[in-house]
Design a protein around this ligand. Structure first.
Ligand SMILES: Nc1ncnc2c1ncn2[C@@H]1O[C@H](COP(=O)(O)OP(=O)(O)OP(=O)(O)O)[C@@H](O)[C@H]1O
Length: 232
């Protein structure tokens, strides 16, 4: 499998954090294209910090991050927003939609910083809304949808820029079990289509459906296991 990401000796210490107990300590990970990965661990173990670093939202204090074999340090901060916008799609626990915007306008949002005609953006948004089963809702306002539907809109928004990587922070955390399972069905389907997806979760049921489970404790990788159960 092709490597998408390499983390080499990544350490992250926040300001005012004791250097003896950083949020992440000497993390070494390789993430391949097409993997579906769960990141688990107790509260405070560094999951969000790791996700933020993977999504170029935060910089490590030490170590090297290679994305597509390119050291991230080489991307100047002027270009980091554009790079993030093109490379990474985010899905959050609280959906993070603009409530007064239509479903379609929420999905188009990541494309507004790119070249292209409005008509083409609408076509792309429609395509991804069809993928998540919400094309018929595209002119409704985001807050007129149920939680599960809103999360599907958020997934369409994460997909619309056709990023290399989807990062999801507790994507089912705010949903009832059945709706959460539907969101996992969708993420698994996207995985089968070849996308690279990393999910931070507390939920064993979510993790069971991933191919690989990385467990963090105190900012370190405790275990990093293939989930053979899930590989049929
Ligand atoms: N902005 C910050 N400034 C200082 N310390 C921080 C900051 N963000 C996180 N930390 C600390 O870094 C450590 C890791 O936090 P992180 O949020 O990554 O953990 P987590 O595993 O995502 O936790 P949770 O499951 O509760 O979301 C914790 O000790 C936390 O207190």
């Amino acid at each position: 499998m092709m490597e998408l990401i390499q983390l080499k000796n990544i350490t992250k210490a926040y300001r005012r954090q004791s250097p003896d107990a950083p949020a992440l300590e000497d993390i070494n990970l390789t993430i391949h294209r097409g993997e579906l990965i769960a990141i688990m661990g107790p509260s405070g173990s560094g999951k969000s910090t790791l996700l933020n670093i993977l999504g170029f939202m935060d910089h490590p204090t030490e170590g090297e991050y290679l994305f597509d074999a390119q050291p991230l340090q080489r991307i100047s901060s002027r270009h980091i927003h554009r790079t993030r916008n093109q490379m990474v799609g985010f899905v959050f626990q609280h959906f993070a939609l603009l409530k007064d915007y239509t479903v379609q306008d929420n999905v188009i949002l990541p494309l507004t910083f790119r070249k292209g005609k409005h008509k083409d953006r609408v076509a792309k948004a429609t395509h991804y809304l069809e993928k998540v089963g919400l094309a018929s809702h595209r002119l409704k306002k985001a807050n007129e949808l149920s939680g599960g539907q809103q999360q599907r809109v958020a997934i369409a928004r994460a997909l619309v820029g056709e990023p290399e990587l989807i990062l999801a922070d507790e994507p089912t955390g705010n949903l009832d079990r059945r709706t959460g399972e539907e969101i996992m069905d969708l993420l698994q389907q996207l995985h089968h289509e070849g996308r690279t997806i990393i999910i931070v979760t507390h939920d064993d049921e979510v993790a069971k459906r991933c191919d690989r489970i990385i467990r963090l404790v105190d900012g370190k990788v405790l275990t990093d296991q293939n989930n053979y159960q899930n590989q049929v």
